[in-house]
Design a protein around this ligand. Structure first.
Ligand code: NAP
Length: 426
């Protein structure tokens, strides 16, 4: 083992930054053995120097300006754990890459929105981001290295632990979304402003990164169709159970003949599908390759330990001199398939007045849009009152389904906005 340590500067001493300092102290021996030399923190940056973080920062150089870490000659590698696609995180990463210093980051927003230009700036300097997708699950390494020999056709995953926790609790306890979200906020599983998570944006950032790695197309966050989980109701969970499905927020990237589709939205997945059983705060990533078939990885997608585990794995690679291009290969533009062209099966729940002829009106609209029904379920009877009616369809095109829903919603007997959830194959 070399006695010459790899020195690192850590910007951001919150959940992840604190976790990295702790892991490097707790597992110093195993990390040094695998890195071939010790990995030593020499400098740090955060906003509030006086905060008690429960960390031993004695003897470490402190920078109020995170970007100054890049110019510290006693820092070999910059670790960015501040977060955000602009501001201090971006300034630091750019300053470090300009100075030719390797960067390790957990920042999915930065990678999803600025990943192409950062890769260009990096050139042959390592820019590593295992922690940016699915926390402790080595999804990036699996795609970029372990499965590198495959033509990948699909990457799908449960990419946001907050959403998976909320959906799992709604199913297990038969509770409504708003009620479970409020509890998750109290327990610290959801932020006080939860929109980034529950509106699917965080999952879309991660999917953008996975799609670039899987398909070699430039990161393009704007191409991702994004829907969150606010509109999923307790009733949909009951219906899903009866139909043999679980409801999950999935990020799905697929290569089709028409191009690459990337979408994040609630899905009905068959109860027997491996991803259907990934519950609570856990994440999962599923990759389908032409040679390897389906590979499913699951584990903790967030938290100090799992995320630090991924950050330090990147540091070990850098210490060993193991390095692949930022996106695994040069990126080449590929057409994106708009959501209107998506084809799949659909779950549609309507609240309709229980009176003769209503179902015939609804099925007439579906027929006019070339949509064929797979099943129909009506719960209870209450003449003259609203009752739920659930329809599942055979494969059809999203544009036709949207047109049908607009007409169904306008029917006098339809009392609420129809609920639509896409059905994914096992
Ligand atoms: N939390 C997770 O489980 C998780 C999982 C995967 C990826 N990530 C990613 O990891 C990154 C960090 O997340 P986190 O949860 O650790 O965030 P966090 O707990 O909010 O910590 C952010 C840290 O950045 C520091 N900071 C903010 N502005 C700064 C500035 N201008 N200069 C220097 N330091 C500054 C803060 O300083 P103060 O402490 O002084 O306020 C704090 O220590 C984000 O990109 C996030 O998306 C997090």
């Amino acid at each position: 083992m070399s006695a010459h340590p790899l020195t690192i500067g850590v910007a951001g001493l919150g959940t992840v930054g604190g976790g990295v300092l702790k892991l490097l102290a707790d597992n110093a021996d195993v990390v040094a053995a695998r890195a071939g030399r010790p990995i030593v923190v020499t400098a740090v940056s955060a906003r509030d120097r006086s905060r008690d973080r429960g960390l031993n920062t004695a003897g470490l150089r402190w920078y109020d300006d995170a970007a100054a870490l890049a110019g510290d000659p006693g820092v070999d590698v910059v670790v960015e754990l501040i977060g955000g696609s602009e501001g201090p995180a971006r300034d630091l990463v750019e300053a470090a890459l300009r100075a030719g210093k390797p960067v390790v980051t957990a920042n999915k927003a930065l990678l999803a929105l600025r990943g192409a230009e950062l890769a260009q700036l990096a050139g042959t300097t390592p820019l590593a981001f295992e922690a940016a997708v699915a926390g402790g699950i080595p999804a990036i390494k699996a795609l970029r290295e372990g499965l590198a020999a495959n033509n990948i056709t699909r990457v799908a995953g449960i990419l946001n632990g907050t959403c998976n926790y909320i959906l799992t609790t709604m199913r297990e306890q038969g509770r409504e979304f708003a009620d479970v979200l409020a509890e998750a906020q109290k327990l610290g599983y959801a932020e006080s402003d939860p929109s980034f998570d529950i509106d699917g944006i965080d999952a879309a950032h991660k999917l953008t990164i996975l799609a670039a790695l899987a398909f070699g197309r430039p990161v393009d966050f704007s191409a991702v169709h994004v829907e969150g989980i606010r509109e999923v109701s307790a009733l949909d969970f009951q219906m899903a159970e009866d139909l043999g499905y679980r409801i999950k927020l999935l990020g799905i990237a697929e290569r089709t003949e028409a191009g690459i589709s990337t979408r994040v939205h609630p899905c009905m997945v068959p109860q027997a599908a491996p991803i259907a059983r990934v519950d609570g705060v856990f994440n999962a990533v599923e990759v389908v390759g032409d040679q390897c078939g389906r590979v499913v990885l699951q584990g903790r997608g967030a938290g100090a330990g799992p995320t630090a585990s991924a950050v330090v794995a990147d540091l070990i690679d850098i210490a060993r001199g193991r390095h692949t291009p930022v996106w695994g290969a040069p990126l080449a533009a590929a057409p994106s398939v708009p959501m209107a062209r998506h084809t799949g099966c659909y779950y549609l729940r309507l609240m309709v007045v229980d009176r003769p002829g209503v179902i015939a009106d609804v099925t007439g609209v579906l027929r006019d849009n070339s949509i064929s029904l797979e099943s129909m379920l009506q719960r209870g009877r209450a003449p003259g009152e609203a009752v739920p009616v659930v329809l599942t369809t055979h494969e059809c095109e999203e544009a036709g389904m949207r047109a049908a829903i607009a007409r169904i919603e306008a029917l006098a007997a339809v009392m609420e906005k129809p609920a639509l959830i896409r059905i994914e194959p096992a």
